[in-house]
Design a protein around this ligand. Structure first.
Ligand code: HEM
Length: 494
């Protein structure tokens, strides 16, 4: 049982923050939530009367922060020591250590992050606007022709943007292996990574025993995910190379790097870096977008007054004779408030991506040992009653001050924190804003009616897939607002 002994990296330099009482040998293993973590951590906060909470199981320490001010202190002001990611054996076994979001805080991450920042900063994000516009129009066309297939259209939309931006690749069907394999591997992988998903998370030594060994079956799954991951990284890269060799390709991040600087081809290292980045952007940027767009449609079906108010603002700016465009954004404060409220009300990653500490630290008199997993409970922060009264209500108006002006609360916590904050957030905000504004410009979204003409209730049910939360499938009616819109949606973009 030597492996059951808690690992202590150094001397304990003070009390730990409050939290559930550890049991002998296993610590808080049985207290760790396997689902609804955000809610469980809020309950811990109430029970132990603390905004920061500590728990520990088999040598793994976790610190949870339920309040923004604590997250700002540790993730932002002390970011030097709170920006790592935990080394999880399964992550490497599945080949997911090639995803920048899971990279350790070191040289490889720095190089990848720098390239991402150069390509997705606020100025560079403008370069993606034509692509976003054309994909939004395709989404609208889909909703026009088969409004009952919302799930498929949003799925196609959310994968088409990163695949086109990264590889110049056009997806035409959800059966496309690039979509199907990404889905399958993400589902298998994130299931393994949940606390109860694999014994390897608890007993890392199991990764060394053969797959037939009792309790080690997840090694087989991890191997399968790894094969899929490698395919997802290599296959589109080869596809771009092939297209380039034939001289017919749509420019993309990968093709730009493969062209190399000053005509010199890329080194093997550059090739690996760009294919890892493209893979990370594909998996980081697709399901998040899908989650938020579906939540939005659900909210519009259930909040008709808010929908009408937004539509009248949009019509005032577009005159109802054109689709909204990016330059309209500053003239549409209500849509800005809508965007903020949407991201607040249902952040797709409720507890973000946990960070990991690289040095011992003391905060508010509590000891945080080096090697602690640090969780910023985004959900708790965006539902903090002190900042957002009646937090469960969807109310864009909360972002206006008493004079009717947009307030200055424009920090969208859904994108995470500090040095690891979502590197695609400028692109993401453009995608989400144009999508929700264009959908409202074009369609009325309502509940479906039963035979007697009564509204059929849409359940307020969401489901967690790994780290992401999605609205469960639902029916609603999506109908075109006017004949102008039909022409605008079906006309070809320049
Ligand atoms: C509504 C859409 C999105 C949401 C809510 C979202 C949210 C997040 C969150 C919470 C993190 C973790 C931050 C942390 O560790 O504190 C993250 C990381 C990341 N996101 Fe996003 N994201 C979205 C869209 C995108 C898009 C469109 C891209 C690509 C263009 C992208 C690329 C990434 C990458 C590469 C990381 C890893 C950053 C790192 O570890 O250094 N995301 N995102």
């Amino acid at each position: 049982f030597k492996f059951l002994k808690p690992v202590r990296n150094g001397k304990k330099k003070g009390p730990y923050a409050p939290g559930p009482k550890p049991k002998p040998l296993i610590g808080n293993m049985l207290d760790m939530p396997s689902k609804d973590s955000a809610q469980v951590f809020i309950q811990w906060g109430k029970k132990y009367d603390s905004d920061i909470l500590f728990a520990s199981a088999l040598g793994n320490h976790i610190l949870v922060m339920n309040k923004l001010k604590d997250a700002e202190e540790l993730f932002e002001r002390r970011s030097k020591i709170y920006s790592d990611r935990q080394v999880i054996p399964l992550v490497k076994m599945m080949g997911w250590d090639r995803n920048i979001g899971l990279n350790q805080y070191g040289e490889t991450w720095r190089v990848h992050r720098k390239i991402c920042q150069q390509n997705f900063n606020q100025r560079a994000a403008v370069g993606y606007q034509p692509l976003i516009k054309s994909q939004v129009q395709i989404l609208l066309r889909g909703l026009l022709t088969s409004p009952d297939r919302l799930d498929e259209h949003t799925k196609m939309f959310s994968t088409a943007i990163p695949l086109s931006a990264m590889y110049g690749y056009e997806v035409t069907s959800l059966e496309d292996p690039l979509v199907a394999i990404a889905d399958k591997s993400l589902l298998m992988g994130t299931t393994l990574l949940t606390p109860g998903g694999s014994l390897i998370n608890i007993f890392p030594f199991l990764r060394h025993v053969p797959a037939w060994f009792p309790g080690a079956s997840s090694r087989k799954t991890a191997d399968e995910v790894k094969r899929m991951t490698e395919w997802l990284i290599q296959n589109p890269l080869d596809w771009v190379k092939d297209k380039m060799a034939k001289g017919s390709y749509a420019p993309s991040l990968v093709s730009n790097v493969l062209e190399g600087q000053n005509g010199r081809g890329p080194t093997k290292e550059e090739e690996i870096i760009v294919s890892d980045i493209a893979f990370s952007i594909y998996v980081g940027g697709s399901d998040t977008t899908k989650s938020i767009v579906r939540t939005f449609v659900y909210l519009m079906a259930t909040h008709p007054d808010i929908q009408r108010k937004a539509q009248s603002e949009i019509d005032r700016i577009t005159g109802g004779v054109r689709l909204p465009d990016f330059q309209d954004r500053p003239s549409m404060p209500y849509m800005e408030a809508m965007y903020r409220e949407l991201m607040r009300w249902m952040p797709p990653l409720h507890i973000g991506l946990p960070h990991f500490s690289t040095e011992d630290d003391i905060y508010k008199g509590y000891f945080i040992p080096k090697g602690t997993t640090i969780i910023g409970n985004i959900w708790a922060m965006t539902h903090d009653e002190d900042i957002y009264p009646e937090p469960n209500l969807f109310k864009p108006d909360r972002f206006f001050d008493k004079d009717g002006n947009l307030n200055d609360d424009d920090h969208v916590l859904a994108y995470g924190f500090g040095r690891r904050v979502c590197v695609g957030k400028h692109v993401a905000t453009s995608i989400v804003w144009l999508t929700i504004t264009s959908i409202l410009a074009s369609f009325d979204i309502e509940k479906v009616k039963d035979n007697l003409g009564n509204d059929i209730v849409i359940k307020d049910d969401f489901v967690e897939y790994g780290i992401l939360t999605h609205k469960k499938p639902f029916n609603c009616s999506i109908t075109l607002r006017s004949k102008f819109e039909r022409d605008l949606i079906t006309e070809k973009l320049d």
